[in-house]
Design a protein around this ligand. Structure first.
Ligand code: DON
Length: 577
């Protein structure tokens, strides 16, 4: 397979006109720019990596039509709404980290869901005061007011070049004509079946022929096609007011929830200043609150910058990385929430001095027990959500992570809309100190309140040095943060985009006090050495994540995409001018 790709890649060198470089779902070959066009100021073409080949193709379709990275992002996102309903969609939300090449500015478009007024903390408690997990993760009470449709309108209108309608066209076509169900959708449905089949609207989409979706079958979503069409025709009002909004409100009411029309019509995306900091030779641009990811990445990398990780053996290196993860997750739990509602000591948390203080508390060869710090044990997670990365020939960049939260979100499709609502309310600390589905907990800073955005781990990021630029991010709940950390460290080690996406992962989130390791992430000797330092290691626990990344080597002026081999339907692609 790799051989074929190399041949294709080298052919691009010989062809002068606009070229399409086909890459396998598993591996993206680097593409060379013709030597006489080489420049270090502009990439030689466009690169896209996403979790589904149809989505990557939809993005490239926009580039070929003269669109920029932002038009491509709208097309990719809309297509993922159709073909990856298990992960993201117009019933959910997300974050878009953008770099506008013309102005040189970075902006973070926050399209996180907001809490409806009905979502008081009491609404999520059982009569004996426990967290009502069913309400928190299934059906109408679990859903926040969707943000993604507003983001598509905003990103297209403010940054794109093509009409919104054009960017939505591929998704509308596939929603109407259908796409082939793949094993992950079938498995996800099986695990959420009981919830999905509670709701009339969901049954209409997923049980259209009377049986659950099966790999290879064609899934058609004509109502979703119509909803996307209305969004294209009427913009914001096409979703948040009128016919679609009425159906969303009716569905939530029919299933026992309470949303007000003004909560939909009043939804707004927010543009925020991204977090910027330095790690070795890299300038890092990443997600600010209401994501916890950027703050944690800044904390961890600044703690780690006190060591020369490359010179350490695997056990030492893993120990230090796990200790930095533990400390960053502790702070996440205590301090972080929606910046419009809570005051956070961000300057302190992200400062080099604070990191130095935390670093000083890390013993070189002994684990710090997490329960030296307040907390409770917590269960493990499942993983969905979606990330994609785009770079265009003008130098525009998009790094975006989007989600409906757990597999197929709340499981509730509003009848007649095709819109599968999220279950993002579970990302709030609905009951202080009680872990959510990802085993992370929170307190006052992340308590629900009307209009408030729930704390997220989604961490779309750019990293740039004099010689290289990479765009990356991933799904995986709380593990997103550590996936991105490991991705950055892997780029720093000189790995290629595809190697970065494939790199085995470890994770520590303070509570539970354990290092989770993918199969093959750690050698048996390392596991032993870590245990001797006092770490509990869950070796070979499972695989997780779905990292999608693109990179530009400015010296050679080459582009590369990396798609996570854990997800066989992803695709990274490069289109050289
Ligand atoms: O925003 C967050 O942090 C979560 N809702 C992301 C969910 C996710 O990644 C699901 N996959 N494990």
């Amino acid at each position: 397979m790799r051989k074929t790709l190399r041949v294709l890649a080298s052919r691009t060198l010989l062809t002068a006109s606009l070229l399409f470089l086909a890459t396998s779902p598993l591996q993206a070959a680097p593409a060379q720019a013709p030597a006489n066009k080489a420049t270090t100021t502009h990439p030689p073409g466009a690169a896209i990596a996403s979790a589904h080949a149809l989505a990557t193709d939809a993005g490239m379709e926009m580039i070929r039509q003269g669109g920029n990275a932002f038009d491509a992002a709208v097309a990719v996102s809309a297509m993922l709404s159709v073909v990856e309903p298990i992960s993201s969609g117009v019933g959910g939300g997300g974050f878009f980290l953008l770099h506008d090449a013309k102005s040189g500015k970075d902006v973070f478009v926050d399209a996180r869901e907001t809490a409806p007024e009905s979502a008081t903390p009491q609404a999520y408690l059982t009569p004996n005061g426990e967290l009502d997990n069913d309400r928190a993760t299934n059906g109408p009470w679990s859903a926040g007011i969707p943000g993604l449709p507003a983001a598509l309108v905003h990103v297209s209108g403010k940054y794109g070049r093509l009409p919104l309608k054009t960017a939505l066209a591929p998704a509308i076509r596939v929603a109407r004509e259908g796409f082939a169900v793949y094993p992950r959708l079938e498995r996800g449905y099986a695990s959420r079946r009981e919830v999905m089949e509670r709701y009339r609207g969901t049954r209409e989409v997923f049980l259209a022929d009377g049986t659950p979706p099966k790999a290879g079958e064609v899934l058609r979503q004509p109502d979703l096609a119509r909803t996307l069409e209305l969004l294209g025709e009427k913009g914001f009002d096409g979703f948040y007011k009128g016919e679609v909004a009425k159906k969303l409100l009716a569905a939530v009411k029919e299933e026992g929830g309470r949303w007000r029309a003004e909560e939909l019509s009043g939804y707004r995306v927010k543009e925020r200043e991204p977090l910027h900091f330095k790690y070795r030779d890299w300038s890092i641009t990443t997600a600010p609150p209401p994501s916890s990811g950027g703050v944690a990445i800044a904390q961890m990398l600044q703690m780690l910058s006190g060591w020369d990780l490359k010179s350490l053996d695997e056990a030492q290196r893993t120990h230090l990385i796990a200790e930095s993860m533990r400390r960053a997750f502790r702070d996440r739990t205590i301090y972080l929430g929606d910046p419009d509602f809570v005051k956070m000591p961000l300057a302190r948390l992200t400062s080099a001095d604070y990191a130095a203080g935390q670093r000083a508390g890390i013993h070189p060869s002994k684990a710090t027990p997490s329960d030296l710090l307040p907390g409770q044990p917590a269960p493990l997670e499942d993983d969905e959500t979606t990330h994609f990365s785009i770079l265009d020939a003008e130098g525009n960049r998009v790094s975006t992570t989007q989600t409906v939260n757990l597999l197929y979100g709340s499981g509730l499709v509003a009848p007649g809309t095709g819109v599968l609502l999220n279950d993002e309310m579970d990302d709030f600390a609905l009951r202080p100190g009680t872990p959510n589905a990802f085993g992370v907990m929170g307190f006052e800073a992340n308590a629900p309140a009307p209009g408030k955005r729930m704390l997220s781990s989604m961490t779309p990021s750019f990293i740039e040095s004099k010689d290289e630029l990479a765009i990356l991010g991933a799904p995986g709940g709380s593990r997103i943060i550590t996936e991105v950390l490991i991705g950055i460290l892997a780029y720093d080690d000189g790995l290629t985009a595809q190697q970065v996406a494939a790199k085995p992962r470890i994770h520590h989130q303070w509570m539970p006090d354990v290092i989770s390791a993918e199969p093959d992430a750690l050698s048996p000797e390392t596991v032993k050495a870590l245990e001797a330092m006092g770490h509990k290691v869950n070796d070979g626990e499972r695989t997780w994540g779905n990292l999608q990344t693109v990179s530009w080597d400015k010296r050679a002026n080459t582009l590369e995409g990396g798609t996570d081999p854990r997800n066989p339907v992803g695709k990274a692609d490069v289109l050289v001018k």
